[in-house]
Design a protein around this ligand. Structure first.
Ligand SMILES: NC(=O)c1ccc[n+]([C@@H]2O[C@H](COP(=O)([O-])OP(=O)(O)OC[C@H]3O[C@@H](n4cnc5c(N)ncnc54)[C@H](O)[C@@H]3O)[C@@H](O)[C@H]2O)c1
Length: 437
């Protein structure tokens, strides 16, 4: 039987299914690579020509995806990237991994999903499986995507399959990668769930089927809201501890010795990245659309948003203590990535910290080995080489991101004053120099 005539389940089991991934970012690229590694032919579609060129040249722009893998898979013709959608007509499965940001009004912006789905609808054919991976509000798959796809006249569960399966990848995590993070899938019909599960089982160690797309969408929002709420709780504890004159880090570490009923979360300079500051707002918005105010979720967001301002207060107070004003002081920000060991600065708390300090007329410098330049409100700042001279001449160093490659004892030794928002200086006894969150 020619592979074009084979039912989709057989194509998947025989690795004859042609896999499409729309959006080759932190989520899509590792997924496409995983399929290609397992013997499928994977085709990535991205509107960013630069990214497409890089993949086809065997280059990686994502830290967790190794260049040698891309190079080998492209050479074996298992992985290819394109910037047009005509290729969709030859694909058997399509995973959508495009961004889901917020609008200026803080409402969900699912326009990237909608534009990708409109293209899929043009080429939709019998036997195709469409899976949305982008994080979104409950109802996106069945209320928005399904009608767009069914406008083709094809029927879901019979002619084509549609499911939601959230990506849980954690960039920079050395243990958990795309292939060993359990994956949940929920289809529009039981047949859709079955097909999506079968596909992902070929590349992911454990796949958990769910009763609907809405449940699968909500699972992802619960996971990230759980983090946002718990981080807000410890951020509030940091503010309380400061007033009480106790070390919040010591409190959390001691509480974590309890082997049950407690899970440690840590305070910091504020939330960052494409997920934790945004995803809870998708859930809160959907609740509001259903006449429910998600007070808990919104309060967590408010508390987390206070943190950059709080960090600046600590900087101002520490300089004041040394009879210096923040105005004209030279302040070195260490780390502008949103978390350690990643080259992603989206929604980084460093943005707001720098913005507030600049308003106070401080002179801002930064170093981040992963982010050579940082664009803030249309102006570009460049990372400075982290030299002893730089540390010695700046009035204050603010550790915003605790990259593993930083030599914190050395940094403290050469600096005049260090504001540590991450407990990166734990164990270094320099109470006169170090101010913790
Ligand atoms: N980054 C993470 O750690 C992470 C983890 C889990 C889930 N997610 C979710 O996964 C989704 C993707 O996030 P990401 O971090 O990979 O984003 P990203 O910005 O790194 O990558 C998205 C890619 O999609 C491309 N794109 C945008 N519109 C397109 C279109 N219409 N057609 C083709 N390509 C298009 C962009 O050019 C970009 O390369 C989001 O919903 C995010 O919330 C992200």
């Amino acid at each position: 039987m020619k592979s074009t005539e084979m039912p989709l389940n057989e194509k998947i089991l025989n690795k004859k299914a042609r896999i499409g991934v729309i959006g080759l970012g932190y989520v899509g690229l590792p997924l496409a690579v995983e399929f290609a590694k397992k013997g499928f032919q994977a085709i990535g579609i991205d509107i960013n020509e630069e990214r497409v060129k890089k993949i086809n040249a065997g280059e990686s722009y994502i830290l967790d995806t190794e260049e040698k893998d891309i190079e080998a898979l492209v050479a074996q013709k298992r992985l290819e990237a394109v910037s047009h959608y005509e290729v969709l007509k030859h694909l058997d499965t399509i995973s959508i991994c495009v961004p889901t940001p917020l609008r200026k009004t803080k409402e969900p912006d699912i326009s990237y999903i909608v534009s990708a789905v409109r293209e899929i609808a043009r080429y939709l054919h019998k036997g195709q499986l469409i899976i949305l991976e982008s994080t979104t509000y409950p109802g996106t798959t069945d209320e928005v995507i399904l009608p767009l796809l069914q406008s083709s006249g094809l029927k879901v569960g019979q002619d084509f399959y549609l499911a939601f399966s959230p990506e849980r990848v954690d960039p920079g995590n050395p243990t958990y990668k795309t292939n060993n993070i359990p994956k949940v899938v929920g289809g529009i019909t039981p047949q859709c769930t079955k097909m999506a599960k079968l596909l992902y089982e070929q590349v992911i160690e454990k796949v958990i089927p769910l009763s609907s797309t809405k449940v699968a969408e909500t699972v992802k929002l619960l996971e990230n809201t759980f983090r946002s709420v718990n981080i807000a709780l410890v951020n509030e504890l940091a503010l309380i501890s400061n007033r009480l004159g106790i070390d919040v880090w010591e409190v959390i570490e001691a509480a974590a010795t309890k082997p049950f009923g407690f899970m440690p979360f840590y305070p910091g300079p504020g939330l960052g990245g494409h997920c934790i500051p945004i995803d809870p707002q998708y859930l809160s918005w959907k609740a509001r659309m259903n006449d429910f105010n998600a007070k808990f979720i919104d309060l967590a967001g408010e508390i987390n948003k206070l943190m950059p301002e709080y960090v600046v207060t600590r900087v101002v107070d520490a300089l004041n203590h040394r009879e210096k004003s923040v105005k004209s002081s030279q302040i070195l920000i260490l780390g502008v990535a949103y978390k350690k060991d990643v080259k992603d600065s989206r929604e980084s708390p460093a943005e707001e910290i720098i913005r507030i300090l600049q308003k106070k007329e401080a002179q801002i410098l930064y170093n981040d080995p992963y982010i050579p330049e940082f664009v803030l409100d249309n102006s570009t700042i460049h990372s400075m080489a982290l030299t002893d001279e730089l540390l010695e001449k700046t009035d204050c160093v603010v550790i915003v991101t605790d990259h593993s490659c930083y030599d914190f004892p050395g940094i403290v030794e050469k600096s005049n004053l260090v504001i540590d928002t991450r407990n990166a200086t734990k164990g270094i006894e320099e109470p006169k120099k170090i101010v913790k969150l």
